[in-house]
Write a protein of this length. Structure first.
Length: 663
């Protein structure tokens, strides 16, 4: 059987022809099948049957027997005119058996407005015409079969037809590059089969069509470059199979379609460069499966779609372009995006409502991609984005609301993760494997945010905690997470902003009992606070110099000498340095001035200048005051100063030491 052809040439002869069914035809037809270059693809012989030979059978309500027949010039419109029927009247045909036939009409092969009562068999039939019109028909038979049928026509029209319960099969049918119109059809409960159909390159439309129930099977069908439209189609209860379908490069639209608790199977399907539109589609509570599908290039839009309790399964899916879930109502069914491979686009959940749902991106791979959750709300469930590889990609959560929804980015890699202005009322796992910029600015944290590495290091280059209101707990190790570097490495934030972040971390570490980390955060807070004061613009030069002097004084006295009372060991070292410095001052004064350290007892131990200086410095620094040696000259002023410094630094050490002990 010749399948792919563009036109035919035929020759009628007076030789009789016997069909496989035993039917005898008075004449035979030799048909030559040609391609677009007029090359011969094959030849076949048929029994010749003129349309005028069939019309009397129709008038007598007899079934049509036309197996292996060449039916020439059939037109139901012509039949109505010949027999006086109204142009829009329905003609009843009690079955057609036309297997392996060829129906030819150079203008319009008109089958419109027919009520097919009996079985309809057009298997392996070729329809060769300019326009194939089967609109407004009623198919009442248990079986209506167009399997392996070839439609060689500039247009094919089944619109406004109804199909009763039973089997309707276009399995392995072939359509030429022409529009295929199934608009406003009504497919009753039964089995509707378009398996392995080749729809050619023209548009295919099922707009406003009702599929009442049963099995709807388009498995491994092949669409060309034309548009594919299921807009406003209604799918009743039953399974809808598009598994392994090649949708070609045209637009695929299920806009405003309705699925009633049925399973939509698009596994292993392949889409081209056209947009894939599921805008305002109601998926009911059935399952939706794109497992292993190749979504091709272009837009995939679920904008305003409604999804119920069924599973939305996209795992192992590939796509280049944007996938949109804006203002979509997800319901409570799980959303499986595991191991997807998406490139060069964005995935947007803007203003999407996700109920009690598990959103799973585990093991997904993104290249040159953005994932956006803007004004998105989760009421309960989990967001799993662990083991995601998206080194050059951004993950953005803006004004996110997480309630009773755990969120994990464990061991994932992103260029930027943003959780700005969000309400985080659930556990957040931010133990990322790699992230250039982590932004939590202006968010409210009411539960736990965990950044402490587990097994492998957390590599974050920038961390922004500006404006965070921490009502919960933030677990971040000062050293392993390199917190000081992350905050100081922030772009476009001043020391005042950095100081506020360190202050927040200091209070956080105190609440969770990490006192060493608290000391580190407090120290950096005070340093940034001091630099903020230094950078405050004074009104004149004198105030500027005074401001710098005060900064230097605080830097030396509070920071360098004791890290703002957070390091008693550092205070001890500072005390040792101060004591040694004063001792050398006494020595130098004795060598170059008249100032001396004098013994009030006649120097019974015969101490030299070094021994006297270090001894006097010790009893003065610790304010012991034995009186056996006393200063003279300028050494009196140095001794008074050393006594004050010693008293101050001993008090400083006491404060730092007690602060460590009581915690």
């Amino acid at each position: 059987m010749v399948k792919k052809f563009v036109r035919i040439e035929y020759q009628v002869s007076a030789q009789t022809f016997v069909a496989k069914s035993g039917q005898i035809f008075d004449k035979s037809v030799q048909v030559v099948f040609l391609d677009a270059q007029s090359a011969i693809l094959g030849e076949e012989t048929f029994g010749y049957l003129q349309a005028t030979d069939l019309y009397p059978l129709l008038f007598k309500n007899n079934p049509i027997l036309a197996e292996n027949a060449f039916v020439d010039g059939f037109s139901i419109a012509e039949y109505r005119k010949l027999y006086g029927y109204e142009p829009d009247s329905h003609i009843i045909i009690k079955g057609i058996s036309a297997k392996s036939s060829l129906w030819y009409n150079p203008q319009e092969l008109d089958l419109s407005g027919i009520s097919f009562v009996g079985e309809l068999n057009f298997d392996e039939t070729r329809f060769v015409t300019k326009s194939f019109n089967c609109s407004a028909c009623h198919f009442h038979g248990a079986v209506s079969s167009f399997e392996h049928t070839v439609f060689c026509a500039d247009s094919v029209d089944f619109s406004h037809s109804t199909f009763a319960e039973g089997l309707l099969s276009f399995k392995n049918a072939i359509f030429s590059s022409a529009p295929k119109n199934f608009e406003n059809c009504n497919f009753a409960y039964g089995k509707i089969v378009f398996i392995n159909v080749d729809f050619g390159h023209g548009d295919v439309t099922f707009c406003n069509t009702h599929f009442e129930g049963g099995l709807i099977n388009f498995r491994v069908a092949n669409f060309g470059t034309g548009r594919i439209g299921f807009q406003k189609a209604h799918f009743g209860s039953g399974e809808i199979i598009f598994e392994g379908v090649n949708f070609g490069d045209g637009e695929v639209s299920f806009r405003s379609a309705v699925f009633v608790d049925n399973k939509l199977n698009l596994m292993r399907s392949h889409f081209g460069e056209g947009d894939k539109l599921f805008v305002n589609t109601n998926f009911g509570n059935g399952n939706l499966s794109f497992v292993n599908a190749n979504l091709g290039k272009g837009l995939v839009s679920f904008k305003l779609a409604i999804m119920g309790t069924g599973k939305k399964d996209f795992h192992f899916c590939t796509h280049t372009g944007d996938m949109i879930f804006e203002r979509c109502i997800m319901g409570s069914g799980p959303i499986d995006l595991r191991a997807i491979d998406f490139t060069q686009g964005k995935m947007s959940f803007t203003r999407t409502e996700l109920g009690n749902v598990e959103l799973n991106f585990d093991g997904a791979n993104f290249v040159d991609y953005r994932i956006i959750f803007k004004y998105t709300s989760f009421t309960q469930g989990s967001v799993i984005m662990s083991n995601v590889t998206a080194v050059g990609c951004n993950l953005s959560f803006e004004n996110l609301k997480l309630r009773n929804t755990d969120f994990t980015l464990n061991r994932s890699q992103f260029a930027r993760v943003s959780l700005t202005s969000s309400q985080l009322d659930s556990y957040i796992d931010l133990r990322l494997a790699q992230c250039n910029y982590l932004d939590l600015s202006d968010s409210v944290i009411r539960d736990i945010v965990d950044m402490i590495p587990e097994g492998s290091p957390v590599i974050i280059q920038h961390l922004n905690l500006k404006g965070v209101r921490l009502l919960g707990k933030l677990y971040a190790d000062w050293h392993l997470n390199n917190i000081a570097y992350l905050i100081y490495n922030q772009e476009h934030t001043n020391y005042e902003t950095k100081a506020e972040q360190f202050r927040m971390l200091k209070e956080n570490y105190s609440n969770i009992g990490q006192y060493e980390n608290e000391d580190h955060a407090y120290l950096e807070f005070k340093r940034c606070e001091a630099k903020t004061i230094l950078n405050t613009a004074p009104s004149n030069t004198i105030k500027t110099l005074g401001n710098r002097f005060l900064f230097a004084f605080r830097w030396l006295l509070f920071d360098k000498m004791g890290h703002y009372a957070t390091s008693p060991v550092r205070v001890l070292v500072s005390m040792a340095v101060a004591y040694t410095l004063f001792s050398f001052i006494y020595i130098l004064e004795g060598m170059f001035t008249g100032s001396q350290i004098v013994s009030s007892l006649g120097d019974p131990d015969h101490l030299n200048i070094w021994q006297r200086s270090f001894y006097h410095s010790a009893v003065t620094f610790f304010t012991i005051g034995y009186g056996d040696y006393y200063p003279s000259g300028m050494a009196r002023f140095v001794s008074a100063l050393e006594g004050f410094v010693g008293l101050f630094m001993m008090s400083y050490f006491t404060v730092a030491f007690v602060r460590k002990i009581i915690r």
